[in-house]
Design a protein around this ligand. Structure first.
Ligand code: TRP
Length: 333
């Protein structure tokens, strides 16, 4: 029974279709954890204030993400696909939690700081600054025990624990203190060697890319800049092509053989890349097939989102009843 299992909540911002970085850093873990935990997978559409001038793209991304989730094998029969804003309780809990979050703690949050600097501090919407508080509400709403996330999100989980502790100290044990869980590949580098793979950086392989696109992208990948000819000894460290081989090529003998020959200048980039493209396409093929299945059946995608959201809404109502009673908001009774 799913009711007896511990809960997971994790989320993603609807900014576009998902890529290999999402898979290695997050989705792979989510898939594995579906058996053991009662999972809530949230599309965080309250948390895209940086897309305020492009609501169409948010709507499109909600659909794309649901499709990607189904395509990789997340199972709406067992797990709950949730659209955040259809549960306005998130907004209320965000406000209450912000009572116990000191401004300085939010200002010092290293991930938020870096993101704000990237957006340019003066034009950052207030809602962007407070998104980690909304994220706390997401996590605490179903009383999640585990939050599988990218490594950059760990400071937010630390803050969630701190605020949950403060709340519990004042009002009794309402919330469990959640733990973060980072994926096998905490952060996949971009095709260009950039520390982060991102759609907006134009250095990503999307889960929905077709075979030809993947092959073309792999051909254009950054490798070892010091290596001019195939006979030059190459470097493996910091070389995105080999990082991807390690992350996605299940044929470890092939990968070892390529590495052995690469460092002594006995293999060309063309062969290394061709083998990577083959491995990635073999990995992506079943995902593409399932995606096509659901793309042709939009009512199944809609049903998955509707069922998950209404389940999560009922739980949110229960949690908020507890929170309101803990806060003694029963003024008129
Ligand atoms: N902020 C997260 C990210 O950018 C997405 C997210 C929203 C999330 N709500 C969450 C992650 C709750 C974990 C739990 O990746």
């Amino acid at each position: 029974m799913s009711e007896d299992k511990k809960r997971i909540l994790t989320g993603i911002r609807p900014t576009g279709a998902l890529h290999l970085g999402h898979y290695a850093g997050a989705l792979e873990n989510w898939l594995r954890l579906q058996d053991e935990y009662d999972c809530f997978f949230l599309i965080a559409d309250y948390q895209v204030s940086d897309k305020a001038d492009d609501i169409d793209s948010v709507r499109e991304a909600v659909r794309e993400i649901a499709l990607d989730w189904l395509a990789v094998g997340l199972d709406p029969e067992r797990s709950h696909f949730v659209i955040e804003s259809l549960i306005p309780e998130h907004a209320e809990l965000t406000l209450w939690l912000s009572w116990w979050l000191p401004l300085g703690m939010l200002q010092r949050n290293p991930t938020l700081k870096a993101e704000m600097a990237e957006l340019g501090s003066n034009s950052v919407p207030v809602a962007f600054f407070t998104y980690p508080v909304m994220q706390m509400a997401n996590i605490l709403m179903p009383k999640a025990h585990l939050v599988p996330v990218g490594e950059d999100q760990l400071p937010h989980i630390e803050m969630t624990r701190e605020v949950a502790r403060r709340f519990n100290r004042l009002f009794g044990e309402v919330f469990p203190e959640p733990e973060g869980l980072v994926g096998r590949v905490p952060r996949l580098v971009g095709l260009d060697g950039n520390a982060k793979m991102g759609k907006s950086l134009d250095n990503a392989i999307q889960l929905k890319d077709d075979a030809e696109t993947v092959t073309k992208k792999v051909k254009g990948m950054f490798t070892d800049p010091t290596r001019l000819r195939a006979t030059d000894p190459g470097h493996l460290e910091g070389n995105p092509v080999f990082m991807y081989h390690d992350a996605f090529n299940p044929d470890t003998d092939e990968v070892q053989d390529l590495k052995d020959r690469y460092v002594v200048g006995k293999v060309g980039d063309v062969e290394v890349k061709q083998k990577l493209a083959n491995a990635l396409n073999a990995f992506l093929d079943p995902i593409r097939e399932r995606r096509a299945h659901y793309e042709a059946r939009p009512e199944l995608v809609r049903e998955a989102l509707a069922a998950g959201t209404s389940h999560a809404k009922r739980i949110a109502e229960q949690t908020m009843a507890e929170v309101r009673s803990a806060l003694r908001l029963n003024y008129l009774e």
